[in-house]
Design a protein around this ligand. Sequence first.
Ligand code: PEP
Length: 251
Amino acid sequence: MSERRPLVAGNWKMHGTRAEAAALVDGIVRGLRPNAAAEVLVCPPFVLIPLVAEKLGGTKVGWGGQNLDPHASGAYTGEVSGPMLRDLGCTYVIVGHSERRAYYGESDEIVADKFGAAQAAGLTPILCVGETLEERESNRTETVVARQLDAVMGKHGVDGLARAVIAYEPVWAIGTGRTATPDQAQEVHAFIRGRIRSRNAGIGGKIRILYGGSVKGGNAAELFRQPDIDGGLIGGASLKADEFLAICHAA
Ligand code: PEP
């Protein structure tokens, strides 16, 4: 049995009114088994964080951001910084989600800067890596994932991963209903862990690597049973309390 405590993190993306967010977190808190093994986290849109923080304070469910600016403060209109998230009680922040990389032009370098900004603010970054369908079909999965990982290790050293979580999210599996098979996911997770382990065995052994991409109540247990999968980053299924709880309880 691994000493790594599983983490199940919900990425709400750009969804939810205040009323919907309140009902969702109430449902999660009500339904989460007291003996659940997994650490549970929700990442709402920025504007819903104060409400969620108020509801989740004192419960076992944590909250985090979906993104942050690389700067701590300044003239960056429309942006939100790590210290602001920390001030709202966030403990984690997602960096390098494939939607940020694809739609907002976030390069490996920007992602590495955001990773450092998160840690400087006292937040644990959840670093997303993953290949597109075209990259997988041309056998470039490992090359792409290694490049994304090395950009962060190049800037922050392998020690930078001592206080971080990685999420392997094949782009072709995100929001598509197409999940990587447990074997496909395990193969890449083992590759990621091996790459970190080759630089620092302790950090490689301890770091949690989540799988993300169309995880549901029905497929979570089989994915989470893989030796190098330490929980999940959940998009669509994190918006329904029952479905999200089923995933949390599968971990
Ligand atoms: C995600 O966006 O991180 C994700 C995994 O989405 P989904 O679960 O909807 O595929």
